[in-house]
Design a protein around this ligand. Structure first.
Ligand code: UDP
Ligand code: MG
Length: 183
């Protein structure tokens, strides 16, 4: 039987400063992501300046929580990831759980935010909410990355499962040498 060809969708995930400050929680969230069969396409650890955090969250200009959010997001290191999966955008948001942790703890306690979230601001993770947002947010953190080029080059290795997870890079890397030598 032929396996259905599933389209890999890309999304931007952020593990926020509350997570990165706690190595055990960081590790647990990474293993949830892997268990849920996401690929880590690119990963970067960085510290956002308040200016960059403001720019990233500019859609929330005027909201009561923006200052709090910006100072939290620039308070310590974050990990940003390009994740790939079938339906990556809705699936990543589904396993994150709803935004408001103080409700999510009761209503979706099995989700990442339900399990590890601290407050409505310190809520563990970010996930793009639409394909347009994902494109903008991937470009914000990975300006050197081209989605089209990725699909044309590395993409094939991911579709064929010819990738291995590299813990140090926190990325799945194509098994180029293996496939070169058998082709
Ligand atoms: N946020 C907050 N208070 C709120 C709502 C949101 O501090 O009442 C923060 C929270 O960290 C959230 C981020 O602002 O993740 C962006 O808000 P959004 O509504 O886009 O939620 P998300 O897309 O992250 O679920
Ligand atoms: Mg949002």
């Amino acid at each position: 039987m032929m396996r259905a060809l599933r389209k890999l969708e890309l999304t931007l995930a952020i593990l926020k400063p509350d997570v990165v400050a706690h190595p055990n929680i960081l590790k647990e969230i990474r293993s949830i992501i892997l268990q849920q069969e996401f690929f880590f396409v690119r990963s970067k650890k960085l510290i956002l300046s308040p200016t960059r955090a403001n720019e990233f969250y500019k859609e929330h200009e005027g909201k009561f929580f923006l200052n709090r959010l910006v100072s939290f997001m620039s308070s310590g290191p974050i990990w940003t990831h390009i994740l790939a999966r079938e339906n990556a955008i809705p699936e990543w948001r589904r396993i994150m759980g709803p935004t408001k942790v103080l409700k999510t703890i009761h209503e979706a306690p099995e989700t990442i935010r339900g399990r590890f979230g601290l407050t409505d601001t310190r809520n563990c993770t970010h996930g793009s909410d639409s394909p347009e947002t994902a494109a903008r947010e991937i470009n914000f953190f990975f300006p050197e990355f081209s989605t089209d080029r990725w699909h044309d080059t590395e993409g094939a290795y991911f579709y064929n499962g010819q990738v291995a997870f590299n813990e140090d890079l926190c990325q799945h890397v194509p098994l180029q040498h293996v496939s070169d030598s058998i082709s």
